[in-house]
Ligand binder design. Sequence first.
Ligand code: HEM
Length: 492
Amino acid sequence: MFRNVVTLKQGLKTFSRLSQKRQSVKFAKPTSLVSTITRKININNPFSPIRQFSQAFKRSITTTTTTATTGSTTAPVKKVLINSNKYVGYWLVGTSGLVFGIVILGGLTRLTESGLSITEWKPVTGAIPPLNQKQWEEEFTKYKESPEFKQLNSHIDLDEFKFIFFMEWGHRLWGRGIGLIFILPAIYFTATRKTSSHVNRRLLGLCGLLGLQGFVGWWMVKSGLDQQQLDERKSKPTVSQYRLTAHLGAAFILYMGMLWTGWEIIRESKWVKNPENALQLFKQLDNPALKPLRKMALGMVVLTFITAMTGGMVAGLDAGLMYNTFPRMGDDWLPSNRELLDPFYARKEDKSDLFWRNILENPTTVQLNHRIFAITTFFAVFGFHMYASRNKHIIPRHINRSIHLMMGIVTLQFALGISTLVYMVPISLASAHQAGALALLTISLLCASQLRQPRIPMRLLIGNLYKKQILEQQQQLARGSKILNEVSKLAK
Ligand code: HEM
């Protein structure tokens, strides 16, 4: 196992002192970080925290648990875990796969118009569906009270109701499953000290986001069940596009958080396994010429996320059902100003909200926004790919591969978007387009994560592991030559 610990009390104390000093210390350039801090704190001072920390670190990084001895007394050992267990990383990546799945199922629930079939929010007992005819009848009666049944679905019978019920129930059950699959192992891993403190903080944040997502989901459904809210929005019985997008956005953030942390843990455990390769990679990543690429990669993540959110608004308003031509919108390149900024959507008497209401509530304008962001994303990735191709000699090979893949996925996603629009949002294409958005987000996140420079404690850890490895090799060589000497003496 590669769970590395700092065994000396001194290392721990100085590390915590150092982290308290963080605000006053410049952490801008990881490559020159140690020297920057050292200069600031004065390297000649034997009591300077960084000096003590790095010395303690050098002495004490070990893969075994020992006791720290001060003179003749043996003090209890305090451990600081630098890198988490690799299985924590695999679990996080696996759970993010479940989040991917629930997003697709949620999309299908929306596309089959099943999302408003369960009119109550029962986090625990709701996991059990109606079990007999009487319970089904009761559930159907509750649905019959909803605006969706009264205005759109009054023709459906119990069997059709069962289908839409199971779609929504399946989505909610999957959500509950993710909750358990996330929270129980998270407790286990932290309790058994398989995670570092920095991963613990992330897990806590992800747990909070997961809980919040359940509430956002119900808050979204409520907006489609409440007639008063529908009247205010002048809408047929559907959920609010704002709440749908918030629900989608929270799922995307949760997904990204799990992947980012999972990948980091897996990557770090690979470095620990092979410090020599890791140090070579660090050297490549520390090249200042990679800085623009690193920034661009993060930009791609942000842009893809925003484009996806504008897509959520299109989906929430069913705005994909109009202007089913591309690149033109109808006969023209752009709809008229009158249509894009329609006074119908302004709610204030002085029409001061005309602009933003149209941007967020007028299906024509919302569709145009999504087109603009989608085109921008496509060309941004194209530019990123071109830049990377010109500088491929300085980019590690696995990152180059990810950038090529990103170019492929954005092209596919663009084509899927156009097909979804032109064929008037068939379920299969719309669902594939949603999966494509997540795939694009995944690959841009992967590029950004691969381009990230290693954390400082990781640098120190790998440096020390490498030194230890070299020392062991030298000792082995020395032992070998000693044996040879003995043998040759005997032969003489
Ligand atoms: C390049 C990047 C693109 C990304 C990341 C993206 C992302 C998304 C996302 C996340 C949704 C919401 C899906 C849902 O919640 O069900 C969506 C919906 C949609 N997008 Fe895109 N999209 C892109 C390009 C395009 C293009 C080029 C078009 C066509 C011009 C397009 C047309 C649509 C339509 C019509 C919908 C609504 C589908 C529905 O009602 O389910 N997209 N997009």
